[in-house]
Each structure stands twice: as C-alpha cells, then as structure tokens.
Design a binder for this molecule. Structure first.
Ligand code: DAH
Length: 344
C-alpha cells in the first residue's frame, strides 16, 4: 500500500468536505469517502493479503487516516449546521416593524402652495385674508372700480360673460379687484386685507397666459396712508418672499381704480439684476399693478375719501410660481402631468 495513495484519499476528502455547501452534499461526500464502496474500504480489504507485521503497520496507518478524515467531516458538519440554521432564520424572518405602504399620496398643487406661502407672508405683516365669488356682476368687476360701461379700459380685460339676467350683466371675474369692493362694503376701514382667488379671461392659453388663472389682491385703507406705505409694503413683501437681497421698484402705469397707478417689478432672482433670459436682459421682472385707491372707488362704497386714503395692489399667483421655480410654460400648471407636479 502506497503512502501517497492514502495521502491522495485524505486530500480528496478535505477538499470535497470543504466544497460541500449543504448537509445533504456533505453526507454524499462522506459516504463516498468512508462508505463500503470507497477507495479507503478497498484498501482495508487488501490488508488481508499482507504479511502479518506489515498488516499491523498498514492497518494502523489506515485507521489513523480514517480517524482524521472522520474528524474533518465532523468539523465541517458543525460548520454547515450553523450555516443552515442561520439561513433558515434569515429566510423565515418577519420584519414586524415594517410599515405597509399604500399607493403614493398626493400633495397640494403648486398654485395652492404658492398661495399659502403668499398668505403667510402677508398675515405675518398684519393683513387678514378675504375671499369673494368667481361669478360677479358687472358692477363689482368694473363699475365700482371706476370703469364705466363705455370706458376704453374695459378692453384691458377680455371678459367671459354668463347667460344670466341682462346681457353682459353677469360675468366670470377678470381679476380679484372686485373683492376689494366687497371687503370695503362688509367691514369698512381700517382695512388691511389680501384677497387671493381664481380669475378668468377670454384668452387663448399660451406659455405666458392662461384663460383660468389666479391673482392675489391687496388693500389697505386707513388714516394717512401714503404712496410711501405702498412702496414700503411691496418692498417688505418682496424681501419676505424672495429674500432680503431682492428689491422692488415701481414704474408709472395706468389703472382706472388707482391714482396714481404703478406697475411693480422685482429684481431678477436668477441673475441678481445682471440681465438674463428670464428677465429679458433688463434685470427686473414685472409682477403686478398697484396704486392709491381712486376717490371714485371710495365713492362707490360710501367711504369718505377726505377722511381715508388707501393703496391697492394685485398680481398673478401662477406667474409668481413660474418665476420662483423657473419653469417656462404656465400651461404645465393645468395639464396634470405628475412628472411636473411631483417636483414641488
Ligand atoms: N386688477 C389688475 C389686473 O388684473 C391688477 C391691479 C392693478 C390690481 C392695480 C390692483 C391695482 O389692486 O391697484 O390687471
């Protein structure tokens, strides 16, 4: 019996025992290595043909080798049992802390978020919030705002009229300014109020115009209110909403319900006033209109223009959201594409 033959059997046994990945595999290897038909057993059988003293030595070596191989298998068995147990625990694991997640929840629309943020800013400045109806009469939307029936300024607003009552007597409000009239009627001065809401115009939608859009109106009426208060309020709002670095400016303009009137602009938040695509290289972005409440408007609601003065302003919420979040088409706000909406 060659020593190298035994060594070969031992090496094979070690190698195959390590290779066995499961208890089942190990059992197969074990019976092939130590079983009746194994090369080791064949060597045992050959012992009988040896001379007695030779047989004793060979028998001892053979038994020693078998014992070592059995030791190897015992150790590997222990390892595999541990592994098997670990695998089983892992497979059968129940995560009792796991939360069942249903379908993804939605969130407030960007326009609503913007409106809420604007309300927060103005409430922080001491304003109240008021609302008015979307269906208005000609009187609230135009006449009380110093826009008489034949006034050329009516063409500033492309109005959608309803078939209700006299022709052109009932309409979808073209701006939030009629809510000023309602607030003055219902609460009287002093007034510090913002009035957000949906407006309508007969307009073909494009990147910068929507037929259904949102405005926020502001109205202050008190003793001794001046144009300085208007400018200061616009500046304070601009700083609060866009950050202290962004300033505002007023430019002369015309609205029938204010005198003097102005358009207000804010410094471009994208280029800090240097000039870029968004601000058409002017450094300024126009936001809305404003001015000192016209005496005829006070007259329409019975407020004494000798005693009280006030200012008003109004601007588009959708457009503000577009500027703030730098998207380039207002129509995204209406198409309900979740890839757009999810970003906000
Ligand atoms: N209502 C105007 C518009 O829709 C915006 C506006 C301008 C509102 C001047 C005001 C204001 O209160 O004083 O274009």
């Amino acid at each position: 019996m060659e020593a190298s033959e035994l060594q070969q059997i031992y090496d094979d046994a070690v190698f195959r025992a390590l290779e066995a990945r499961t208890l089942g595999e190990l059992r197969v290897v074990e019976s092939e290595t130590l079983g009746k038909r194994s090369p080791l057993s064949a060597l045992h059988q050959r012992l009988g043909s040896l001379a007695p003293d030779e047989r004793r030595d060979a028998g001892r070596t053979l038994n020693e080798t078998r014992a070592r191989i059995e030791g190897i298998f015992a150790r590997r068995l222990g390892e595999l049992e541990v592994e098997e147990r670990r695998r089983q625990l892992n497979d059968e694991r129940l995560d009792l802390t796991e939360v069942l997640r249903g379908p993804e929840r939605g969130h407030l629309h960007l326009v609503t978020q913007t409106r809420d943020a604007l309300e927060d800013v103005f409430v922080g400045m001491g304003f109240g919030v008021a609302e008015g109806p979307e269906v208005e009469t000609d009187w609230y939307n135009f006449e009380a705002l110093n826009i008489p029936p034949a006034h050329p300024a009516r063409s500033l607003w492309d109005t959608l009229y309803l078939k209700w009552g006299e022709p052109e007597s009932t309409l979808l409000r073209t701006h939030t300014s009629p809510v000023q009239i309602r607030v003055m009627q219902s609460q009287g001065p002093p007034i510090y109020s913002v009035m957000p809401g949906r407006c309508y115009r007969q307009e073909t939608s494009d990147a910068r115009h929507l037929a259904v859009f949102h405005q926020i109106e502001g109205l202050v009426v008190d003793h001794g209110i001046t144009f300085g208060h208007l400018a200061g309020t616009i500046e304070a709002f601009t700083n609060a909403y866009f950050g202290a670095k962004i300033h505002s400016r007023l430019r002369p303009s015309y609205y029938p319900f204010t005198e003097p009137s102005a358009d207000f602009e804010v410094g471009c938040i994208f280029c800090d006033g240097a000039g870029c695509r968004v601000c058409s290289h002017t450094g300024w972005i126009e936001l809305g209109g404003c001015g000192m409440v016209h005496p005829n408007v006070f007259g329409a609601v019975g407020i004494d223009a000798e005693e009280w003065t006030g200012f008003a302003f109004g601007f588009g919420i959708d457009r503000l959201a577009m500027i703030r979040h730098d998207f380039d088409d207002l129509r995204y706000l209406l198409t309900n594409d979740v890839r757009f909406l999810r970003q906000f």
